[in-house]
Design a protein around this ligand. Structure first.
Ligand code: TRP
Length: 329
């Protein structure tokens, strides 16, 4: 058995710009974890193919932006290995070997599989690759023999499958793979601008790379409490899309002013939004600074990935040498 380590592994599919929902849902946790663990974070570009197989060429364009979003959020390439799944060809080999021991029934029963088939009904997802999504994910994880995997609740069934695949492989071939724990990300406290879940497809999101003028426009056009149709109508902060934002971005010393201004109609929603804009733009300032530093050098993120790939490859080669030997190939 390999030595116990302090490693965690996680990945994201490159499917478009990340927003503050991703930040509070996943990235803020990753940023924290990089202080405590030996981190491997990767761009799951092969995974993106499971749903985007009809337009494979568009995936590459999202890769540098994803890494930029990570760094914008405060992830440090000096502290964590950032790599690109498709550049570590060992993932394809281990995926094949793990697929041999994975019963089809486990994959068909996977709740996220059924869910996604329904939700993405417009796409034909009746492919072998889509059914095997969790086997590829198990590969990404087990390759690096980590102690834990930071994921959101939605990914828990996949992680459970990873553990089952590891157990079955170990049972058949002798112990090798760890059964990594989930490091659950706390649920995000940030709703979308309209109060629904934040999502680019709902048009209610704030991108990590949002410019200040565009941020201002988005905040100033947020819908507020429906009770406040006119300035003199009193409102209720608990019933307003703005308040969860104030809780995250506005200094607590302003809360009495906000609550009193709203409940007694002594100020307008525009005043309330201006205060929120001040807090939110201050919060996002370091994001934009890191972003503009990144934009100066076109090759920088590709260089970061190529460094990360080299480090990931060393681990992957080591794992595969052991596995090939175990299976006598
Ligand atoms: N399935 C994950 C998602 O959709 C992405 C992913 C692929 C992943 N491989 C992984 C996450 C390995 C953690 C570990 O968000």
């Amino acid at each position: 058995m390999p030595k116990p380590n302090n490693r965690i592994v996680s990945g994201m599919r490159p499917t478009g710009p990340l927003h503050l929902g991703h930040y509070f849902g996943v990235l803020a946790n990753w940023v924290k974890l990089q202080q405590e663990y030996d981190c491997f974070f990767f761009v799951a570009d092969w995974h993106a193919l499971t749903t985007e197989y009809a337009e494979p060429k568009k995936i590459k364009g999202f890769i540098p932006d994803l890494v930029k979003d990570w760094i914008t959020a405060g992830m440090d390439p000096e502290r964590c290995v950032m790599f690109q799944q498709s550049q570590i060809k060992e993932h394809a080999e281990l995926h094949l070997l793990l697929s041999m021991v994975t019963p089809v029934g486990w994959l068909e029963r996977n709740p996220t599989y059924k869910d996604q088939l329904e939700q993405l009904a417009a796409k034909d997802l009746n492919t072998y690759g889509f059914l095997g999504y969790p086997v590829l994910m198990a590969t990404d994880i087990l390759m690096y023999l980590p102690k834990a995997v930071p994921v959101g609740h939605d990914q828990l069934p996949h992680l459970e499958l990873t553990r089952e695949i590891a157990r079955r492989f170990n049972h058949l071939n002798g112990d090798y793979f760890p059964e990594p724990e989930a490091l659950l990300t706390p649920q995000s406290k940030l709703p979308g601008l309209d109060g629904r879940k934040m999502s680019k497809s709902y048009g209610n999101s704030i991108a990590l790379s949002e410019s200040i003028p565009s941020l201002k426009k988005k905040i100033m056009s947020m819908l507020t409490c429906t009770k406040r149709a006119r300035l003199q109508d009193p409102g209720d902060p608990d019933d307003c899309n703005l308040f969860p934002y104030h809780e995250l971005f506005t200094d607590k010393s302003h809360f009495p002013e906000i609550i009193e201004g709203c409940k007694n109609a002594t100020w307008g929603c525009g005043d309330c939004k201006k205060l929120l804009f001040t807090g939110l733009s201050a919060f996002m300032e370091p994001f934009l600074e890191r972003r503009s530093a990144l934009e100066k050098d076109k090759n920088l993120v590709w260089d970061i990935l190529s460094d990360g790939n080299a480090k990931a490859r060393i681990c992957a080669e080591r794992t595969m040498e052991k596995i090939r030997k175990k299976l006598n190939f």
